[in-house]
Design a protein around this ligand. Structure first.
Ligand SMILES: C[S@@+](CC[C@H](N)C(=O)[O-])C[C@H]1O[C@@H](n2cnc3c(N)ncnc32)[C@H](O)[C@@H]1O
Length: 432
C-alpha cells in the first residue's frame, strides 16, 4: 500500500517535509576538467539545443533518452531527463545513473493514465488562500478526485554550483514544452522574490508534493499543474498519494465532500498540536493557516490538541518501536483510532488501526483481528480508493469482486459493519 506523502521538498526524519533548501549549493567546487563521460557540445544537431544555449556548462549527454548534464563541471550530479525527448512534458533532475534508470521504466512504453472523463472539481479563486480546488458536485468518500503526472521531479540532493543557479533552473525548464513551462510559471510563489531564480525556487518550495521513486529512499519534490492547487487544511478532506508504477499523483476524498466545498490536503504533520502546525506552516511554507481546525474556539482547540498530541506520541513510538511498539495494548490503541476518527485524521486512523490489528494478531485475539482488519481496510479505501492494492487483496481473500466488497462497505461505517458476516465470508473462503 502506498501511504500518502505530505507536500514536501524534503524530509527531516521521514523524508516527507520540505527542507529549507531544495538542492545543495556548492560554492567552492572547482570546475571539473576531466569529464569522464563523452559530452556533446550544444551545437550538435538536436532540436532542443537552441533552448539550451543560455548556458555554457550544460551539455547534451544522450539524445534518446534525452539527457543533459546540467553543469559539466559536476558531471556526477545533476542531469536532466526530458520525457518524451522532444516537446517534453516531464523533466527529472537527478544523477546520471538515476535518470538512466528512470528512462528505462517500462511505464514510458505504455499510454499515460487517462484523465478522469468528468473531473469532480474546479480550480477557482478561494479568497484569502488564493486559487484552490472546489467540488463542483458531491464527491463520495474514497472517490478518485483527480490523477495527474508530474511535470518537474527532482532529487533534492543534487548539487548545484552556486554561480550556476540561474542556469540550473532555466536548464531544467528549457527542454519542456511551452505549455508545460507556462503551467509551472503559473503556480503560486509564497516566498520573497528577488530575481527569476528565487521566483522559480519559490514556486518549487510553495508547491512541491513528494514523489517516492523506487530506487531511492528520499521522496523527490514534484510539481503538478493541478494537484498543486490543492490548499492545506489541518483536517483535510482529501489525500494525495504518488504511485511510482504509473508515475502519477492521485487525489482521493477522505470523506463525503459537498458541492461547492473546497478540496484540501495536509501539507504538514497533522498529529501535531495547533501551535506546532501553525509554526511549521509559517516557517516552511510561508503562510498563516486559516483552516477551520486552526480557527476552533479555545476549549475545542485545546481538546483537539490533546487528541492530536496523544496520537502523535503513539506514532512517534511506532517510528522507533515498529508497527507494534513494545508494551502497546490493543484497547489503548483503539482509543487513539477513535480519537483520530473524531479529529477527521483518516491517515492516522489507518496507521493506528493497522497497529491495533498487529497487536491483536500478536495476542491471538481473532475476534478483534477480524474487526480491525475490516476497519483498517475501510480507512485504506478512503485514502486510496477501491482500487487500492490492499482493498483488492481483501476482496480476493473474501471471495468477492471489488464492487461486491465495496457495496458491503458502503452499507456501514467503522464500528457498525456486520463483522460476523465478514467472518463468515472469510471462513467460507478458507474452506473452499
Ligand atoms: C500549493 S499552494 C496552493 C494553491 C495556491 N492557493 C494558489 O493560489 O495557487 C500553497 C499556498 O496556498 C496558500 N494556502 C494554502 N493553504 C492555506 C491555508 N490553509 N491557509 C492560508 N493559505 C493557504 C498559501 O499561500 C500557500 O503558500
Amino acid at each position: 500500500m502506498a501511504f500518502g506523502m505530505k507536500r514536501g521538498f524534503l524530509s527531516k526524519a521521514q523524508g516527507n517535509r520540505k527542507s529549507a533548501s531544495a538542492e545543495r549549493d556548492i560554492a567552492n567546487e572547482a570546475p571539473n576538467t576531466s569529464t569522464a563521460v563523452q559530452l556533446k557540445s550544444l551545437d550538435s544537431a538536436v532540436k532542443l539545443d537552441a533552448a539550451f544555449q543560455f548556458s555554457n556548462v550544460c551539455r547534451l549527454y544522450s539524445e534518446n533518452p534525452c539527457i543533459f548534464v546540467a553543469d559539466d563541471r559536476l558531471p556526477g550530479d545533476a542531469h536532466y531527463l526530458f520525457l518524451p525527448p522532444k516537446n517534453a512534458h516531464i523533466v527529472f533532475v537527478d544523477s546520471l545513473e538515476s535518470v538512466q534508470t528512470i528512462s528505462k521504466w517500462a511505464l514510458w512504453d505504455e499510454p499515460p493514465p487517462s484523465p478522469l472523463p468528468d473531473p469532480p472539481f474546479l480550480i477557482q479563486d478561494c479568497g484569502a488562500m488564493g486559487v484552490g480546488m472546489c467540488a463542483r458536485r458531491p464527491i463520495a468518500r474514497g472517490e478518485l478526485i483527480m490523477l495527474e503526472r508530474p511535470v518537474y521531479v527532482s532529487n533534492p540532493n543534487v548539487r548545484i554550483h552556486i554561480d550556476q543557479k540561474a542556469a540550473f533552473y532555466t536548464g531544467a525548464l528549457a527542454g519542456l514544452s511551452p505549455t508545460t513551462q507556462a503551467a509551472i510559471a503559473a503556480l503560486r510563489n509564497a516566498h520573497p522574490v528577488s530575481d527569476d531564480v528565487s521566483h522559480l525556487r519559490g514556486i518549487l518550495l510553495t508547491n512541491a508534493l513528494a514523489a517516492k521513486v523506487p530506487h531511492t529512499a528520499t521522496p523527490y519534490p514534484a510539481l503538478f499543474p493541478y494537484l498543486c492547487r490543492a490548499n492545506h487544511a489541518c483536517t483535510p478532506n482529501a489525500h494525495y498519494t504518488f504511485d511510482a508504477t504509473t508515475c502519477t499523483g492521485y487525489l482521493h476524498a477522505l470523506r463525503a465532500v459537498a458541492a461547492g466545498e473546497e478540496i484540501t490536503i495536509g501539507y504538514t504533520d497533522l498529529a501535531a498540536p495547533r501551535a506546532q502546525r501553525r509554526a511549521e506552516l509559517r516557517t516552511r511554507y510561508a503562510f498563516e493557516c486559516t483552516c477551520a481546525a486552526c480557527g476552533l474556539p479555545e476549549a475545542r482547540g485545546a481538546a483537539s490538541d490533546a487528541r492530536r498530541a496523544a496520537i502523535g506520541a503513539y506514532l512517534t513510538r511506532m517510528k522507533t518501536g515498529g508497527k507494534v511498539p513494545p508494551g502497546a495494548h490493543r484497547a489503548a490503541v483503539e482509543v487513539l483510532v477513535r480519537a483520530a476518527e473524531e479529529e477527521g485524521l483518516v491517515e492516522c486512523a489507518s496507521i493506528l488501526a493497522l497497529s491495533a490489528l498487529r497487536i491483536a494478531q500478536r495476542d491471538g485475539d481473532t475476534t478483534s483481528e477480524l474487526r480491525l482488519l475490516v476497519d483498517a481496510m475501510d480507512y485504506v479505501r478512503a485514502l486510496e480508493g477501491n482500487e487500492s492494492a490492499g482493498f483488492l487483496a481483501l476482496a480476493e481473500r473474501l471471495g468477492l469482486t471489488p464492487p461486491e466488497l465495496a457495496a458491503i462497505y458502503d452499507s456501514g461505517t467503522p464500528g457498525s459493519f456486520d463483522y460476523a458476516f465478514f467472518g463468515q465470508l472469510m471462513a467460507n473462503h478458507k474452506r473452499r
